[in-house]
Ligand binder design. Sequence first.
Ligand code: CA
Length: 229
Amino acid sequence: MASRSSPILLVEDELPIVELMSFALRSAGWEVDSVQNTADAWNYLQQRRPQVILLDWMLPDQSGLRLLSRIRADRNFSTLPVIMVTAKGMEEDKIAGLDQGADDYITKPFSPRELVARIKALIRRKAPEHAELEMSMGPLTVDPVSCRVSVDDAQIDIGHAEFKLLKFLIAHPERVFSRSQLLDKVWGDHAVLEERTVDVHVLRLRKALGKADFLVKTVRSVGYMLSEK
Ligand code: CA
């Protein structure tokens, strides 16, 4: 099974639906965590960064929409992919959800296949570093499913942290990221890492890449990028 770096968070109070969703998502290879109200969801987000949130509309403490606006208003979470889960036929809910910054919505009852397809589409669109497509640049190829990296078709040894960093950079080619953006997006969360940790991993990444090391560019006083230019 593919190793994916972060879980999908279900915020849903109806346990049969939690079970149905969890089964479908785990079968598709994702790790799944679930909470049953918005307060627990917010606490969860202080600990871990999910790759996608499936957010039910009707929750016992507050509406899912309230949680969504709180997520979107927070600098740390503003870009987190969120799919709202709505009851059938609530057209105005869908519109309100999209207005508040939901990336997509799915209507109950849904098929597990549709759920998985929607999540994959959203990940491809919003977080390509979590997608499963092989990515390449110049002599370098990264396969997110097998976690293999090769340079000119020869597989190289690479540490886990460097792999995550590389996967993120190659998913966003020709774009410069600051150290704090990389900490946030690669290591997720509010980790206790310092910005110079990023420099250490970049150093190791360049070493691991050997003759493809020129692809990792330092952009002075800004950060790093992966670029062929
Ligand atoms: Ca509910």
